[in-house]
Ligand binder design. Structure first.
Ligand code: UD1
Length: 421
């Protein structure tokens, strides 16, 4: 596996452009299973997780083509002849579990491996299954597989116990081909779900309320093909905003949607970072000492859990003590121990981490266990004295397109060393 090597100390300056959002592109790609007609998905980021999604679609029998640069993917799921997604594919990427709803709704049956847990927590799929059952699906779990059957799904009123992003997507997709109207209450309000709702509407379903806690979907017997565009990646944008702030730099994050980042931007401002939004993107600059700020992760529009690790890296450099409370995942402070190895002063206790700021970070060999933790270590490396080597870059490649190239263009001293294994 490759290693990312960073020599810290450079002040970042310049412009970086955000890619399409991985977490929006994945459900859009899986939604193409709802129709036999051709779909085009534009502004797709070139990432390992997208390659996995394409492998899943091909495994199911879909024809998938992409443009030479990889940013546009065309899917025709007319020839899909299987409704089974095996463990080998689902275990590499949890989001593959999203094929369950579309396959069940279109073919009346589906057999999909359960995704299992991952480094950041147990991550069950009970809300996905309970919602589908409400729509009339018969579900059995045998030997690690979910087997679902329904002659035709029926619209239903579903109240989610918590606003799960994935369950909301799963149920919106299934409801688009169900008979009648589905109402999802306590739905996740993330921009990626609004993007999916727009795609389902283009395919012919009627979706209202996306972006609010109550989503209504009027199903159709069949759906059309659609031409859809992935929204900019707000998590990637937030990561480059931290990169600017942690190096005391000044960066324009081109294409970032300020309105998708309100809670995060508010915390950066509280920390003394200047953030200006304009139609072309977000300008971030940090001069002088950063201030400590407390953060609690929440479902959208709250502070995103996917930017928690990056914010923790930033807080190691702020004056004073900050507290980070993680409410979405139970085990998402794995990066804290690695930051401590670089000299940070962090005490993690349950779902709360206390960070004593202005630690002098020094480069070290570190290793990450998940995607956002990996990038947090890269950010810390930018601010550290000496050389930081981030191993297991596999995680980074799942979610950040050309990260070292983009950071280098901003003036970072960063390179990739090809691994031998
Ligand atoms: C998505 C994102 C992930 C992000 C997360 C929260 C994708 C591909 N991934 O993951 O990057 O960190 O949203 O913003 O879009 N839960 C249940 N039962 C369920 C489903 C979820 O208990 O059936 C729990 C989870 O364990 C977790 C919480 O709900 O504690 C939130 O999970 P969810 O919103 O579903 O996250 P994902 O869709 O998996």
């Amino acid at each position: 596996m490759d290693t990312i090597v960073i020599r810290g100390g450079a002040v970042l300056d310049g412009e970086v452009t955000v890619s399409g959002a991985k977490n929006a592109a994945l459900p859009l790609l899986f939604s193409t299973l709802l129709t036999p007609h051709r779909c085009v998905v534009r502004n797709v980021p070139v990432l390992r997780d997208i390659r996995t999604a394409v492998a899943v679609l091909r495994h199911l029998g879909a024809r998938v083509e992409s443009t030479a640069d990889g940013h546009e993917i065309r899917v025709e799921a007319g020839a899909v002849d299987r409704s089974e997604a095996p463990y080998d594919l689902v275990k590499t990427m949890r989001a593959s579990f999203l094929v369950l709803g579309p396959l069940l709704a279109r073919f009346g049956r589906a057999r999909v491996s359960t995704p299992g847990g991952c480094a950041i927590g147990a991550r069950p799929v009970d809300l996905h299954l309970a919602g589908l059952q409400k729509m009339g699906a018969r579900i059995r779990i045998t030997e690690g597989y979910v087997e679902a059957e329904a002659d035709r799904l029926r619209g239903a009123k579903i109240v989610l116990d918590m606003p799960s992003v994935g369950a909301t997507q799963q149920l919106m997709m299934a409801a688009s081909l169900a008979e009648g109207t589905t109402v999802i209450e306590n739905a996740a309000r993330e921009p990626e779900n609004v993007c999916l709702a727009g795609a389902l509407e283009r395919m012919g379903a009627r979706v209202s309320g996306a972006g609010t806690p109550e989503i209504t979907v009027e199903g159709r017997p069949e759906l059309d093909g659609a031409d859809v565009t992935v929204i900019p990646d707000r998590i990637e944008a937030g990561t480059y905003m931290v990169a600017a702030a942690i190096t005391g730099g000044s960066v324009v994050v081109g294409g970032a949607r300020g309105d998708h980042l309100d809670a995060f931007t508010a915390k950066l401002r509280e920390a003394g970072v200047t953030v200006r939004e304009d139609p072309s993107g977000v300008r971030v600059s940090a001069r002088g000492t950063l201030a400590a700020a407390d953060v609690k992760t929440m479902p959208h529009p709250g502070f995103p859990t996917d930017l928690q690790a990056q914010f923790m890296a930033l807080m190691t450099q702020a004056a004073g003590t900050s507290t980070i409370t993680e409410t979405i995942f139970e085990n998402r402070f794995l990066h804290a121990q690695e930051l401590v190895r670089m000299g940070a002063e962090i005490r993690a206790d349950g779902n709360r981490a206390i960070i004593r700021g202005r630690a002098a970070l020094s480069g070290a060999p570190v290793m990450a266990t998940d995607l956002r933790a990996s990038v947090c270590l890269v950010l810390a490396g930018l601010a550290a004295r000496g050389t930081t080597r981030v191993a297991r870059v596999y995680h980074l490649d799942r979610g950040y397109e050309r990260v070292e190239e983009k950071l280098r263009a901003l003036g970072a001293d960063i390179r990739r060393e090809a691994g031998t294994a």
